[in-house]
Design a protein. Structure first.
Length: 270
C-alpha cells in the first residue's frame, strides 16, 4: 500500500461515509470504493462494513486507521524537515576555524543562532591545513583559514587583511621567538617569508603561547584580531610595518554552498 491509499482510508473513517469522503477527496465514489477494496484484498481483512445506510469501521479498520494517521503525520513532518534543511531553516552547520582566526567568531555565531534558532552549529578549531583536509573529507562544511594554503578543489574567498604585532614582556624583549603555527602552514610561511622570522620553536595553542610570553619565556607574533580577544595587560605590542596576514573562507568547489553555508557567509560579510 502507498500513502495515497492511507489518505483515502483515513478520509472514509473520518467522514464515516464513502460518499462524503469522495467529495472531500474530489474523486468519484466508485474509484474510492475500489481503492478501499484493493486495500482489503491486500491485507486479507474487512476494513469497513455496511451498517444500514451508513458504514461501520471494523476492529481491523480501527487499528489500520491509527497506524495510517501516524504514518501520514510522520510523512508530513519529514517533508517539512527536508524542506527546512534545503532552505537553511534547520540542520547542522559544521564550521572549521583556524587557531588564529576566531576573533569575531562569537559575534557571528550569536547572529546565526538569532536568525536561525533551530539549527545546530558545530565548531572545529585547528590549523588551516588540517581544516582543509577535514573539508575534503566532508567532516566540515566551511572553514575560516589563514592564507597562504595549498589546496585543490576548494573555493577560496578572501575576507580581510590585518597587521601582525610583536608581543613581549617589557622585561624580556629579547626572549626566544616562538611562532604560533607549525612549519609548512600559512602563518608560519607568512612570518618566515614576509617578516624573515627564523625560529624552530612553535606553539599553535594561543593561550599557552601568551602564558609563555607573560612569564618572559617567549616573544611571539600575532595578528591584530587575535590580540583583541586576549588579555594583553602588562605586555608590549609593537606593530610590524608592512606585514599583513589574510583570512579567507573556504568550501568544497564541487559541493558549492549549502543554504546554511550561504547564510553563514552572508553574516560574515556584514
Amino acid at each position: 500500500m502507498d500513502l495515497r491509499q492511507y489518505r483515502y482510508f483515513c478520509a472514509v473513517v473520518e467522514e464515516q461515509s464513502v460518499t462524503r469522503a469522495a467529495e472531500r477527496l474530489r474523486m468519484a465514489q466508485p474509484a474510492l470504493t475500489q481503492q478501499i477494496r484493493k486495500m482489503e484484498e491486500l491485507l486479507g481483512v474487512r476494513l469497513i462494513e455496511r451498517a444500514g445506510r451508513g458504514i461501520r469501521i471494523t476492529a481491523s479498520g480501527e487499528r489500520l486507521y491509527e497506524r495510517a494517521v501516524s504514518l501520514l503525520r510522520y510523512e508530513a513532518e519529514t517533508r517539512i524537515e527536508v524542506s527546512d534543511i534545503k532552505e537553511g531553516r534547520t540542520g547542522i552547520l559544521r564550521i572549521g576555524v583556524n587557531t588564529l582566526s576566531a576573533g569575531r567568531l562569537t559575534g557571528w555565531v550569536q547572529e546565526m543562532k538569532r536568525r536561525h534558532p533551530r539549527i545546530t552549529l558545530q565548531i572545529h578549531q585547528g590549523e588551516s591545513a588540517a581544516l582543509i583536509d577535514r573539508l575534503k573529507d566532508h567532516a566540515i562544511d566551511v572553514a575560516l583559514v589563514r592564507l597562504p594554503i595549498e589546496a585543490q578543489g576548494v573555493t577560496i574567498e578572501w575576507m580581510e587583511e590585518e597587521p601582525f604585532y610583536r608581543v613581549h614582556h617589557p622585561d624580556f624583549p629579547d626572549a626566544d621567538v616562538i611562532i604560533p603555527s607549525q612549519e609548512g602552514l600559512g602563518v608560519f610561511q607568512t612570518l618566515s617569508q614576509q617578516f624573515g622570522v627564523v625560529s624552530q620553536e612553535t606553539c599553535s595553542d594561543v593561550l599557552t603561547l601568551i602564558g609563555l610570553v607573560r612569564s618572559g619565556q617567549a616573544v611571539t607574533l600575532l595578528p591584530e584580531s587575535t590580540l583583541r580577544e586576549l588579555d594583553m595587560t602588562g605586555l608590549v605590542r609593537e606593530r610590524l610595518p608592512d606585514a599583513t596576514s589574510t583570512t579567507a573562507l573556504v568550501w568544497l568547489t564541487e559541493d558549492g554552498q549549502s543554504a546554511l553555508t550561504q547564510q553563514w557567509v552572508s553574516i560574515v560579510h556584514e
